[in-house]
Design a protein around this ligand. Structure first.
Ligand code: ARG
Length: 578
């Protein structure tokens, strides 16, 4: 499918260059006066100013070139130098026919690159919350976008499975079940009959961490256990493996529901295997200095006006830091996969952390100067009151509960005509509603959780998109044809739809450049609502004029395919019915 707006922009840029005028970027926009043209180019005035020219003269010179473009039926200059462009019907008709079953959005030349994506970031034994939801949604959709453009990707869930909390959890289990074989002096990796569920772990974790925080002796003991664990104490290590297994099984189920998947299920513990090697390298090359009892890497630059404390590698209490773990992860990833780019998707409040890590990594040569390290921070999901989203009693809302809550709402709203698989269909709709609401605002922006708004069948929602897309499919099924040929544009609305569709490649480009899915979400809504206007205005199946009917079916098919393709990039599944 050739998405002409991007190509047209390049053509205009080239024409201007042929006339002798360099311009960074040509941007054309849908016309706000459709009677004058389909699209508009407003860049003449600034360009004329830069070159000391009369804008009307420059516009007229460009116009001569534009009139030679085969896809343009009409072009004219208006006002102080705006250029209005109107596409020929033939071109628009061809565009729909070419698009059928042939969507390609790759517009880049450097696609033999590998992009490594770090997202999800669930913590073992700890409840997943909405921050983890956003990381999974955004990361998964960005991965799919990279793939659609043609990049090779590697995704890693980056489990929080290592560090002090693990010591605390093991200590709490030890306190409750002191006689477990894991804690015996002579334990030697024999299987232990001990069943612990994810619910147990979720109950245990806050108790264990609170106890340690309130009691220095408990904290000290947890620290020792953690140290032993790091040295692979047989009992602690086996118990830890069990805890990780239980947690990971649960998390995998949740991700499967969310249509989120990973190539790698590595965790901080895997990165830790490279810690000594990396530390040796850093010490041997004198990158690490002592500061207030800690071992640090200074990362402030001379012309820095950012608050930029040194990166702490080893804390003053001897513990390895979160920063060091991320450095070890970079060490490992470079060694194993040598990706061209590494992207991180977490809450934007981790921005300083990643800034420090990236600087330290490049400075010390853990990663090469040419490896692009990118932090894609996202905003928080807030409650209706605009404050971070909480449960009714003020606690953190577990992700699983949030999904259940929305599923229930979707079940209530599900049509009575759906008689089978109601629960699983409601679940799929709920996930779509949540994902779309999550991806709709610009990545860095906070947004408010509003269940009624997100699940509204008539709003800018995932529910609306699913409903409309399913209706297109059902119409196509009823028409039961397999030859689609668009032949004539017979209504204004059709024309509007096609004009909007021309923009896809540019939407993709901007989404990729901003590492944000918001433009794709807006585009989907725009096309879908235009189509729904068209659907309401015309009786497609009973239309007597064959030419019109065939064309309308072909248009429906293109839009249906387009919607499926883009919903899939967003990681949204479409149920059979709703
Ligand atoms: N587990 C972390 C958290 O819950 C997120 C991990 C993000 N990724 C990373 N490489 N640090 O906050």
């Amino acid at each position: 499918m050739k998405y002409k707006i991007l190509e047209l922009e390049t053509k205009i840029k080239n024409s201007l260059e042929q006339l002798g005028y360099q311009t960074d970027e040509v941007i054309i926009n849908p016309s706000n006066r459709p009677e004058l043209g389909d699209y508009q180019y407003n860049g003449i005035m600034p360009l004329a100013k830069k070159n000391n020219l009369n804008p009307i003269e420059l516009a007229n010179k460009l116009l001569i070139k534009i009139k030679e473009y085969p896809e343009i039926k009409n072009a004219s200059v208006a006002g102080p130098g705006f250029i209005n462009l109107t596409f020929s019907d033939d071109f628009l008709i061809n565009f729909i026919n070419e698009s059928n079953n042939n969507i390609t959005i790759n517009y880049k030349e450097d696609v033999n690159k590998t992009i490594f994506l770090d997202y999800g970031g669930p913590n073992v034994a700890k409840v997943l919350h909405v921050g983890h939801l956003r990381s999974a949604n955004i990361g998964e959709a960005l991965k799919r976008l990279c793939k659609a453009i043609g990049y090779k990707t590697i995704s890693d869930v980056h489990l929080g499975d290592w560090g002090r909390p693990m010591g605390m959890v093991i200590l709490e289990i030890k306190t409750r079940y002191p006689n477990l074989a894991y804690f015996k002096e002579n334990y030697n990796n024999e299987p232990v009959d001990f069943n612990i569920t994810n619910e147990d772990l979720l109950e245990l974790y806050p108790i264990a961490t609170t106890k340690a925080k309130e009691n220095p002796d408990i904290m000290e003991e947890a620290r020792k256990i953690n140290l032993d664990l790091q040295n692979k104490h047989p009992g602690y290590y086996s118990l830890w493996q069990k805890i990780v297994e239980v947690s990971v099984n649960e998390v995998k189920k949740l991700y499967q529901d969310l249509n989120v998947s990973f190539d790698l299920w590595e965790g901080e513990s895997d990165n830790f295997l490279y810690m000594n090697e990396m530390l040796d390298y850093l010490y041997n090359n004198n990158y690490i200095i002592e500061s207030e009892g800690a071992k640090v890497i200074p990362v402030k630059l001379e012309d820095d006006n950012l608050e930029m404390p040194p990166l702490i590698v080893i804390k003053s209490n001897g513990a390895v830091s979160y920063e060091a773990t991320d450095l070890a992860a970079l060490w490992e990833r470079t060694k194993k996969y040598n990706p061209d780019e590494i992207w991180y998707m977490t809450d934007k409040r981790q921005s300083l952390h990643f800034n420090q890590v990236f600087r330290a990594s490049t400075k010390t040569g853990i990663t090469k100067d040419t490896t692009k390290l990118i932090f894609n921070g996202f905003g928080t999901m807030n409650g209706k009151d605009g404050k971070p989203f909480k449960t009714r009693d003020g606690g953190v809302m577990p992700l699983a509960n949030l999904l259940d809550m929305v599923t229930e709402e979707c079940l209530k709203r599900l049509s009575e005509n759906v008689t089978e698989n109601r629960n699983s269909i409601a679940r799929t709709i709920a996930i779509a509603a949540i994902k779309y609401a999550d991806l709709l605002p610009f990545r860095g922006t906070d947004y408010n959780f509003d269940i009624d708004k997100f699940t509204d069948l008539n709003g800018k929602t995932g529910t609306y998109l699913l409903y409309s897309t399913i209706r297109m499919k059902s119409l196509l099924n009823k028409a039961n044809t397999n030859e689609y040929k668009y032949q004539t544009i017979s209504t204004e609305t059709e024309r509007k739809i096609i004009l909007a569709m021309l923009d896809l490649k540019r939407v993709i480009k901007r989404s990729f450049e901003n590492y944000s899915l918001n433009e794709i979400c807006e585009y989907l809504y725009k096309i879908t609502s235009l189509y729904n206007n068209f659907y309401a205005e015309n009786k497609i199946l009973t239309e007597e004029n064959e030419l019109k009917k065939t064309s309308w079916l072909a248009l429906t098919k293109t839009i249906y395919d387009n919607n499926c393709y883009l919903l899939d990039i967003l990681g949204i599944n479409i149920p059979e019915k709703m």
